[in-house]
Design a protein around this ligand. Structure first.
Ligand code: ZN
Ligand code: ZN
Length: 362
């Protein structure tokens, strides 16, 4: 800055004009650049996780398999309960936890992401300065050089940071003719700005993001979250508010939502897709009339919005789960796995490993 003022006196220009201009512009750039750094970093982190973690490489069905594997490994009934009752929230908190541990696991990965975004955006600003200068300096006949320079500068940065040209009207009439000089003054001031931001970023944590990386990542796994009214499994349609019926491939034992046989406290361990082929009837509340499973749609919404095809195949995973967490399920619903709800001997013999292997093959 010292050199710059000395030179400036020699060139007999309005030094104050340049100083005013640079200070004003950098004051506008700083918050915009900081916001852009966090926005870009959030996107970069989401992208990085999609590339590095098998959980996030593919679609929601694949993520669900990973979550089921995680639940089985943890063997914590509370986690299962959260997943079964609020699958969407469970997915989101699972993604959030994975993102946090990836960014903050002592590897200073968050800071690396932030600094690399800053470097790249800082580079964009420097090139915008030099490009605008190249374009404007040759237009000797123009008196509105500053205004032209700002047009070029903002236009150049439009894609990377939010710096509306309209907010810079206050300085566009500064009397500056030596554009190259302005350019070098900008470059100097930008170095200080960058140093200040680097210090700021060192203290950043996940709460510094206005749009969280895990929110961006979770958007890749959006879709329909309606749960089967009988077993609670989630519709597999990838569109929210989709046309047509809700559908899914693997229904689960109805005991998972607390279904019981009439007049008893015995769980129903059948899956909905075999119930719809049976001669049984159902109702959700005592005041409702009975509806035969074969014509389940007659029960009205939400049941009528589901397409449940007869299919008796049940995933080994849920057989393992019911057998493994039998006591907890009985306590949760104050019901018993007895009578028609007796757990078949074959279910007890399924190991967790077998359950997981089958899940991954599907
Ligand atoms: Zn179902
Ligand atoms: Zn659906």
């Amino acid at each position: 800055i010292e050199d710059f003022f000395q030179c400036f006196q020699i060139s007999c220009q309005g030094a104050t004009s340049i100083t005013t201009f640079v200070v004003f512009l950098c004051d506008k750039i700083e918050p915009a650049l900081s916001r852009a750094v966090f926005e870009r970093t959030a996107r970069d982190i989401a992208e990085d996780m999609k590339n590095k973690f098998p959980d996030f490489k593919s679609n929601r069905a694949n993520l669900e398999v990973c979550i089921l594997r995680y639940l089985a490994e943890q063997e914590n009934f509370e986690y299962f309960k959260q997943y079964l009752t609020s699958p969407k929230q469970f997915f989101q908190s699972y993604i959030e936890r994975r993102v946090k541990s990836h960014c903050l696991d002592g590897s200073s990965r968050l800071r690396m992401f932030l600094e690399s975004s800053l470097e790249s955006l800082y580079g964009n600003i420097l090139s915008a300065v030099s490009l605008s200068t190249q374009i404007v300096k040759d237009k000797k006949d123009r008196e509105d050089k500053i205004s032209l320079w700002l047009d070029e500068f903002c236009g150049e940065l439009a894609e990377v940071i939010n710096l509306p040209r309209s907010e810079l009207k206050g300085i566009e009439h500064q009397e500056v003719t030596d554009i190259e000089f302005l350019s070098s003054a900008m470059a100097k001031s930008l170095i200080d700005l960058r140093d200040r931001l680097i210090k700021e970023l060192a203290d950043a944590d996940m709460s510094s993001f206005s749009r969280q990386p895990h929110t961006i990542l979770a958007e890749h796994f959006s879709g329909c979250w309606q749960q089967c009214p009988f077993c609670g499994a989630v519709c597999t349609n990838t569109m929210q508010n989709h046309d047509g019926d809700h559908q899914l491939v693997f229904h689960r034992p109805q005991a998972l939502t607390g279904f019981k046989w009439y007049g008893t406290d015995h769980f129903v361990i059948d899956i909905c897709s075999s119930s719809v082929a049976s001669d049984c009837s159902f109702r959700f509340h005592d005041y409702q009339p009975w509806t035969p499973y074969r014509t389940y749609r007659n029960a009205g919404p939400p049941v009528s919005t589901w397409r449940i095809l007869p299919d008796s195949s049940m995933q080994a995973y849920w057989k393992w789960f019911v057998s493994h967490f039998r006591t907890q399920l009985e306590a949760l619903y104050s019901q018993k796995f007895q009578g028609k709800g007796e757990i078949p001997y074959a279910w007890h013999r399924i190991t967790k490993q077998e359950a997981l292997s089958e899940l991954e093959r599907c």
